[in-house]
Design a protein around this ligand. Structure first.
Ligand code: DGY
Length: 328
């Protein structure tokens, strides 16, 4: 006996392969334009769907979730971070939330290294010179950067991505340090030759590079606030491929402009695409448009994870990537 297909609403355009597979398996409503849904479109979606597939550009807050219809049973987020979803309210309403961890780990860690190198080796400055046609040839003192080998890297957040950054940084000859809510297992620490700092202040004051790799939660909001940024060595740089809310962006701009921090590489911002103007025109600041996980392979694997979560739910089992309140 054939059963009724689950009704699935996808809020953004996804890679074609993912959209096609979703359409083969479910009764799917896909997005025509590559723009986020308006609030009223989101309200309509949660009223009608069994499953919502949102992304980080949708605010799935308590106000929206409380308007959901009886049918809504699963929010299968297309993405790892769930800071845009009120997971606790969803749970109270009997709506499950899943995400797509693991498949964007390597891509994001690669981009972290790219930002570290871009800032310390002044790659955007070299590129700008070439693009303007202003290069007059090699000179021994031109565009001197700093060698990363032998430098100390302090990783803030030693989850999957933090550990992937640590492995790469070690291969580049960096000395790995970290701060995390919980100390990682001794065998992981040993394999990474990583030094644990219980005190974030103590770590920040000693590092040459700080990499933000923790999720955005109420307890990580402005973890790198003005006071803590002020503890960094004037020669140190900071990179962030996680969430912008972890760094006080205007304090960072102020400290870089004052020469109290040597530079920054940012892929994410406190107010989404509204990037602090004071950060935009600095030669020692490399800004990317949240593209840390933007590989075609990663995006397809994210889609596969979404599909597995929905299928498992449909078959009456617990989705493998269920997010529970407070787990991040
Ligand atoms: C995520 O999935 O949360 C990432 O930030 C997307 O790059």
């Amino acid at each position: 006996m054939s059963r009724e297909r689950l009704s699935v609403v996808v809020t953004r355009r996804l890679p074609e392969a993912v959209e096609t597979r979703l359409s083969e398996l479910f009764d799917v409503r896909l997005r025509e334009d590559d723009t986020p849904m308006t609030r009223s479109e989101l309200v309509e979606a949660v009223k009608q769907a069994d499953i919502l597939v949102p992304t980080l550009t949708d605010s799935i807050d308590a106000g929206l979730i409380t308007q959901a219809g009886e049918r809504l049973k699963l929010i299968a987020n297309y993405g790892a971070g769930v800071d845009h979803i009120d997971v606790a309210t969803a749970r109270q309403r009997g709506v499950l939330v899943s995400n797509t961890p693991g498949v964007l780990t390597d891509d994001t860690a690669d981009m972290t290294m790219a930002l570290i190198l871009a800032v310390t080796r002044r790659i955007p400055e070299g590129l700008a010179l070439m693009q303007k046609g202003d290069w007059s040839g090699w000179a021994p003192t031109a565009l001197l950067g700093g060698r990363i080998s032998g430098r100390r890297l302090g990783i803030l957040g030693m989850g999957r991505i933090g550990q992937a950054v640590a492995r790469r940084a070690a291969a580049f000859g960096m000395q790995v340090h970290y701060h995390n809510r919980r100390r990682v297992r001794p065998e992981i620490e040993q394999a990474l030759e990583a030094t644990y700092w219980e005190s974030l202040d103590q770590m920040v004051a000693r590092m040459d590079v700080i990499s933000v790799n923790c999720p955005s939660t109420p307890s990580t909001f402005h973890l790198m606030n003005a006071r803590r940024l002020g503890l960094m060595k004037p020669s140190a740089v900071i990179v962030n491929t996680s969430r912008g809310e972890v760094i006080d962006e205007s304090a960072l701009a102020r400290l870089i402009r004052a020469g109290d921090i040597a530079g920054a590489g940012l892929d994410v911002y406190e107010r989404g695409s509204d990037v602090a103007a004071k950060l935009r025109d600095l030669p020692n600041v490399v800004l990317l448009p949240h593209m840390g996980s933007a590989t075609i392979e990663g995006r397809i694997e994210m889609g596969e994870k979404v599909i597995i979560n929905i299928k498992t739910f449909e078959d009456g089992h617990r989705p493998p990537d269920l997010v529970v309140p407070g787990m991040l």
